[in-house]
Design a protein around this ligand. Sequence first.
Ligand SMILES: O=c1[nH]c(=O)c2[nH]c(=O)[nH]c2[nH]1
Length: 307
Amino acid sequence: MAERVEGFNFEQRHGKQRVRVARVWKTKEGKHYVVEWRVSISLLSDCVNSYLRDDNSDIVATDTMKNTVYAKAKECSEILSVENFAIELAKHFISFYRQVTAAIVNIVEKPWERIIMDGQPHMHGFKLGSERHTVEAIVKKSGALQLTSGVEGLSVLKTTKSGFEGFIRDKYTALPETRERMLATEVTGLWRYSYESLSSIPQKPLYFMERYNDVKRVLLETFFGPPNEGVYSPSVQNTLYQMARATLNRFPDIDSVQLKMPNIHFLPVNISNTGGQIVKFNDDVYLPTDEPHGSIQATLSRFWSKM
Ligand SMILES: O=c1[nH]c(=O)c2[nH]c(=O)[nH]c2[nH]1
């Protein structure tokens, strides 16, 4: 989106980051639903004069963008997925302002979950869960759409069925080979949907919310394996690939999956003093660490995907 300005190439965008909004919906029967979103907006718009001279006549004020988040939240009279809210916001900016050629809306949803008390879902009580649902919607004036959903902070750990063998050994290698270790990671996932226009997205208001839960389930099932036997992981790399592949195989409307899976190490504890060994590691006592950690990431796309 570069343009030529005074003999230079010039690219610009402006927006409002981290606008926080919560929205509550209440049914006649007294059941409440709540979402909390952190919304970031970035507009590609023809407002080059504001950079070149004292002329703000083409600027959509970022304060207006912030207000729009609250106004649109108010307008949503029915519960909707974070994806649909992002698309609604983006649609507003590209259709309302002649200057705006594309809107990029990123939202992170805070994981408020209905509390269950004595097996009974509470009508208006919620507690904070852990992993967060994310979305990026890019909408152009033409109606072209790029929709990417994701999950962040999905921390998982298994205490066995993980090993790491057969890697390069050289004069700096100290890591022993093993078929028995802990495997822990914090998954960040992004998946791009195949819908390429505003008119092609599914009409069901909670479609993408269900997809989010289904993708998470497939990622977790693949990471852990069946409850009793589990599944052996020969490396984080292989497990990551299996997770990405299972997602593409299961969901035909997802074209591309990116996974980041840091290898969070649990170090075996062995302690001795001159009197002998105080703690001898027997796959039982570990030193949990967060630094340093391995970093493993990959993107798997269908051949025809544009990601
Ligand atoms: O699953 C792993 N992948 C690696 O690339 C790696 N490197 C390492 O030291 N341990 C591990 N484990």
